[in-house]
Design a protein around this ligand. Structure first.
Ligand code: DQA
Length: 141
């Protein structure tokens, strides 16, 4: 069985209530429950973690180093956290960058991802389905 870590960054604990026109009405718990179901169907198991702090996310990435893959929505840290970039580069596990919204279609400061060059791939713009696509990619090599 494959073990996949699902790591979410700042303000994603507010999903459902936060800017629903941009991020939708699904809660993080709802997205995680849906992912757990998909994972079971695809012979995998997911661990879920969310933090609003950069250090918490760095530690979570380090802890997940021996997983078969990491699904990471680094939220705003995507755009400027060299600490997260270095954490991803330091481990062997493949990391898939995900975003609910299409960051390329939004403000210019969201067009840059400092983590993308060290991730296996990036998926953005499909709402909660972005996470499912990442899970599919990591469980169907
Ligand atoms: C986000 C996009 C980021 O630019 C933003 O800071 C977020 C959420 C997304 O999932 O669309 O918090 O990562």
């Amino acid at each position: 069985m494959k073990h996949i870590a699902v790591i979410n960054g700042p303000n994603l604990n507010l999903l459902g209530a936060r800017e629903p026109d941009t991020y939708g009405r699904d809660t993080l718990d709802g997205i995680n429950a849906m992912l757990a179901e998909r994972a079971a169907a695809w012979g995998a198991a997911c661990d879920f973690f969310q933090s609003n702090s950069e250090g918490g996310l760095v530690s979570a990435i380090q802890r997940a180093a021996s997983c078969d893959g990491i699904i990471l929505n680094a939220a705003a840290y995507t755009h400027y956290s060299i600490a997260l970039r270095d954490a991803i580069a330091a481990i062997g596990a493949p990391v898939v960058e995900v975003h609910l919204s299409n960051t390329s279609a939004r403000e210019a400061f969201r067009h840059t991802s400092v983590i993308a060059p060290v991730c296996r791939g990036s998926i953005a713009g499909f709402g909660p389905t972005s996470y499912v696509l990442a899970l599919y990619a990591l469980t169907h090599p």
